[in-house]
Design a protein around this ligand. Sequence first.
Ligand code: ADP
Ligand code: MG
Length: 575
Amino acid sequence: MSQKQTLSFQAEVAQLLHLVTHSLYSNKEIFLRELISNASDACDKLRFEALDNNALYESAPSLEVRVSFDKAAKTLTIADNGIGLSQQEAIDNLGTIAKSGTREFMGKLSGDQKADAQLIGQFGVGFYSGFIVADKITVESRRAGAAPEDGVRWVSGGAGDFEVETITREQRGTSVTLHLRDDALDYLSTWKLKAIVAKYSDHISLPILMRKEEWKEGEDNKGGEMVLTDEWETVNQASALWSRAKKDITPEQYQEFYKQISHDSEPPLAWSHNRVEGSTEYVQLLYIPSRAPFDLWNRDKAAGVRLYVKRVFIMDDAEALLPVYLRFVKGVIDSADLPLNVSRELLQESRDVKAIRDGSTKRVLSMLEDLAKLEKDESASEEDKGKYAKFYAEFGAVLKEGLGEDFANQERLCKLLRFSSTTTDAPTVSLADYKARMKEGQEAIYYITAETLAAAKSSPQLEVFRKKGIEVLLMADRVDEWALSHLQEFDGTPMQSVAKGAVDLGSLQDEAEKKAAEEAAEVFKPVLDKLKEALKDKAQDVRVTSRLVDSPACLVASDGGMSTQLARMLKQAGQ
Ligand code: ADP
Ligand code: MG
């Protein structure tokens, strides 16, 4: 096929294009980061495919990105010699949004520019960001290994459609040429482009090249200007950030790298960068985000860590590298031991991966412990003090999944939990705080689960605890009931749901009350028997209780049984 073909964008793309050009307008320069990152991805893909087929390198084994511009033509070009695109791939990848969840994404858009821009970033609509500064984009490409006659040209004005045609192209890889809008001509400047590369793409692990400039005197020594030469120079650091020594990396560089891999525009709460040596060698650079992504609750999409083997990119979202309950963590693991052709299946079984996973889990827990320590650290700034609460508000419920998922670290996890309680509304009570405030003679940590905090707080089951001044933890996360069922005790003190059985207040129960209840049970026996008979299909037992103060009656679950809240949840889930 050599004639031109005009095709329409998928409806979502057209919509997205409109959005991208309008809502990302205040942060135009990111288009360069996106296009360079695509070029770098394309080189990673080539390197990966070439592991099995060295011929793909053709005659150009060193991978690179070239950024150039033409002032007269008002164009800016980002070219790579990576994997390239076949005609069909150009149609598929540049005309549709292949990723799942697009509709969900569109539904989340709020119309608020700033929030939408962040979402767009998270979703990675990278290529289309070119249209922020260009009113036309020309892509020319040839796939590695394909014949020169099988090249493709893709052109679009970013409205409803695009054109594709077959071209002959000697060089392998892709060049993306932006025909700049009149209000974006300031990007035709070496100085400006270099500054943007330094800001966003310094750590890209392959060289980004630009033409050198040279001062040229004007006629008769009057005036002069910088002119482009034919010589190219590398304008980025071109080394993988995580492979550099810690002391050579600034906080800004760590943060910029985070943005790059997470598509999150907010800075991370914390990071940890280590070279682990021993029987398994790897580098870990792990980040705790400050904000939950929109798909946090999707346990299937459960991973944020990229795997590299000796700086060669292997895969995104490598779920074997951290347990599911730490899916909010972003970062990079670079292993010196794994084979380059490692697959997801192989990862699951590898002993090296198991060691990496254990080590990384511990690392994340200690990062969280450090954040939690800051809460009570007098010398910490207000911002630092608030970090753990911020983390917990976003990810606390996910962390709790770990109680049932990671028994080896349960003890450490418990200490990281925070709750609201009958004495403290804010969700800031740790189990240790609770223990320190326990009443003399109190033998258990009491908690109640309900659908909302308000419901938990107003439960009649709390009456006796209130009366006696005993603190009760209030829980209303969906996961609480399940998570707490895996936690029998904290630091030697049993956990006790107040919604279960005849809560034994131990020595806190005063004798007179117990006696009064026993007497009442005698006196009311005929009434109780009648009630039991009447409720025999609905209730296991009917008892006189000393737990109520103001309410006449309440429902409790039997000791070994499910609590009413869990029963309700299972019922909702259709079980
Ligand atoms: P993402 O990079 O998140 O996949 P983009 O919108 O940035 O999304 O790019 C869409 C797709 O277009 C890429 O997944 C890739 O298949 C293709 N693509 C973009 N740029 C290039 C390039 N320089 N070389 C090869 N393929 C590319
Ligand atoms: Mg991209």
